[in-house]
Design a binder for this molecule. Structure first.
Ligand code: AKG
Ligand code: FE2
Length: 309
């Protein structure tokens, strides 16, 4: 019998554990993380430094250049959690892999230089990496990201692993309320598999969206906001639509969270829950192309933001 978590991933495309991790351990980690650098306007390049760059590529953390590497002991509270490990072992099988783990930072408006505000105005993936000083790009900084699927980063040929098995695990490190750029997820939208970004979404009531895939199939989804406290954990399928609005606090508060991308190992040939979940998906799981919003330099050529409307 599949566990509740596996059933939720199948039926809804996500599973919420809630605030399951030790508040003391998470609080300690958060304190250490925030003490390492001056989280604020000083993270940004000058306009002149920015304009010397050729493109917007390679501005995200990787395995080696990664803020989380200094916290491997503290991260045991997540990585050795028996409940999370049980789900991942059931869904992805023994020896599941961490494709990438990173810290994600939701940036408040007052950090932004005026020229950056102008550049990201109405951009749907406000990944601030290209505007951040190189030494601080070991974290991903967002000013919100429009509804997307995490498979957006993994078109065919981009990895040796099988992206249809990827799951994203998010951990909140402090209280995340509706103004702290909480995640918004659209339950059930994983069912159409991978579709092209920007997605075909129309709001027809305050909280209800109609979602069309690239073949014309249509479903309704209720916008679900993941607010929660320190140690809150959520897990979702690579094709689930989700996004964030910018931090709306006018205080100095910013959001710092953990994001793990997990995968079934190539050496695991056993049938696991993810294979059953993916059998119920009516669409492509190995997209050739995932987005049409970027130009050759990786800069946004299509503007307009759905989640902020
Ligand atoms: O934390 C954010 O604002 C972005 C969340 C997200 O969708 C991601 O990291 O994939
Ligand atoms: Fe995402």
């Amino acid at each position: 019998m599949p566990s509740t978590a596996a059933k939720n991933l199948d039926m809804q495309g996500f599973h919420i554990y809630g605030e399951i991790l030790s508040k003391d351990c998470i609080g300690d980690l958060f304190k250490k993380m925030t003490a390492t650098r001056d989280f604020g306007p000083n993270l940004f390049l000058s306009k002149q430094e920015y304009s010397r760059q050729q493109n917007h590529f390679n501005t995200n953390p990787n395995a080696e250049f990664n803020f989380l590497n200094q916290f491997s002991n503290e991260l045991a509270v997540v990585e050795k959690d028996k409940r999370i490990d049980a789900t991942l072992t059931e869904v992805l099988g023994q020896g599941y892999e961490v494709v990438i783990k990173k810290a994600v930072c939701g940036v408040p408006e007052f950090w932004l230089p005026a020229w950056v505000k102008e550049k990201i105005d109405n951009v749907n993936v406000a990944n601030l990496g290209p505007y951040i000083k190189k030494e601080y790009r070991d974290i991903t900084y967002f000013r919100g990201i429009d509804f997307h699927q995490d498979i957006i980063d993994w078109p065919a040929g981009s990895t040796d692993l099988d992206p249809s098995t990827f799951l994203t695990l998010y951990v909140y490190l402090h209280d995340v309320d509706r103004y702290d750029s909480p995640l918004h997820i659209l339950p059930g939208t994983h069912r159409y598999g991978s579709t092209l970004f920007p997605h075909k979404l129309k709001r027809h009531e305050e909280n209800t969206w109609s979602y069309k895939d690239d073949c014309g199939k249509c479903l309704d989804a209720i916008d679900t906001t993941l607010t929660g406290g320190p140690g809150f954990v959520g897990l979702w399928h690579n094709c689930l639509l989700h996004g964030t609005q910018p931090v709306k606090h006018e205080s100095e508060k910013f959001r710092l969270s953990l994001r793990y991308l997990l995968a079934k190992s190539n050496t695991n040939n056993e049938q696991t829950a993810i294979d059953n979940i993916n059998k119920n998906i009516d669409g492509t799981l190995r997209p050739i192309r995932t987005r049409r919003d970027l130009d050759k330099l990786g800069k946004a050529k299509i503007k307009g933001n759905i989640i902020n409307k």
